[in-house]
Design a protein around this ligand. Structure first.
Ligand code: CO8
Length: 256
């Protein structure tokens, strides 16, 4: 995989994807978004990849938002097109990706950067991380799903306040309110993300894919029906037979 704005390292079925525009604090421009979209399309069928870790290059920033310089002269139609295209080709694609995506937030996660982290399945952060949706300071609102995903993660009232004030959460505060699952020293961030990922790779990837689909359906009307359908379907799969057999035989399962 040959990218200009991403560094992709795959080892032990774990892909570490580093967004790499440090001169702009890894802001999301069109090229970077397009490469992210390509990466996730390719990774879907790549058997060498079972978990994806997203992080930013440098010690200062995960992603400082959408690239303000790129859209500063856009009109309404262009802005809407940019947001719609980004949501479909990147943010929703990540949320619905059937392999776990972990955001390892190594600094600023602002605007589109926090929205990217929220599209991931869960988040861990380094102690220096700062998270927020400052769009109203630019006369905008979050356009990459932030108005939908932030309230689900931290509650409507807190999300309203965060969006209205544009204030940043410290890593510790983000942990307190459930926006990130863990806070670690920056030096340990990727190692910890890999540790979690390695644990995930021990489990049935087929079951995990179904779990992602079911959890994502939680707030949709048909959520319970999707859960039931996926649950039933898994009974017909090899992994279920291996998993239950291993339990009964008191051994570790060997999932293909
Ligand atoms: N876009 C473009 N360039 C950026 C961005 C950005 N979001 N953030 C930082 N940069 C650039 C700076 O312009 C600067 O470049 P240069 O050296 O050429 O001047 C370089 O990165 C370093 O940044 P600073 O010098 O500003 O670094 P500081 O440590 O002083 O400040 C901050 C760090 C606080 C993160 C500051 O850079 C900042 O406030 N950045 C903007 C944060 C922001 O407002 N983000 C939200 C953007 S809007 C958004 O994400 C909307 C998402 C939905 C879009 C839907 C499609 C329209």
């Amino acid at each position: 995989m040959d990218f200009q704005n991403l560094i992709v390292e795959v080892e032990n079925k774990i892909a570490v994807v580093t967004l790499n525009r440090p001169q702009a604090l890894n802001a999301l421009n069109k090229d970077l978004l397009s490469e992210l979209s390509t990466f996730f399309s390719t990774a879907q069928d790549n058997e060498e990849i079972r978990v994806v870790i997203l992080t930013g290059s440098g010690e200062k920033s995960f992603v400082a938002g959408a690239d303000i310089k790129e859209f500063s002269d856009f009109n309404g139609a262009q802005g809407q097109e940019l947001a719609a295209q980004g949501q479909t080709t990147v943010f929703d694609k990540i949320e619905n990706f059937t392999k776990p995506v972990i955001a390892a937030i190594n600094g600023f996660a602002l605007g589109g950067g926090l929205e990217l982290a929220m599209a991931a399945h869960f988040r861990i952060a380094s102690k220096n991380a700062k998270l927020g949706l400052p769009e109203v300071t630019l006369g905008l609102i979050p356009g990459y799903g932030g108005t939908q995903r932030l309230p689900k993660l931290i509650g409507k009232g807190r999300a309203m306040q965060a969006i209205m004030t544009a204030e940043m959460f410290s890593a510790d505060r983000a942990y307190e309110i459930g926006l990130v699952n863990e806070v670690v020293d920056q030096a340990d961030l990727i190692a910890r993300a890999k540790e979690i990922a390695a644990r995930i790779t021990q489990n049935s990837s087929m079951a995990i894919a179904r779990a992602i689909t079911a959890v994502n359906a939680f707030d949709k009307e048909q959520g319970f029906a999707i859960e039931i359908e996926s649950f039933g379907n898994l009974f017909d799969q090899e992994d279920f037979k291996e998993g239950t057999a291993a339990f009964i035989e008191k051994r570790k399962p060997n999932f293909k």
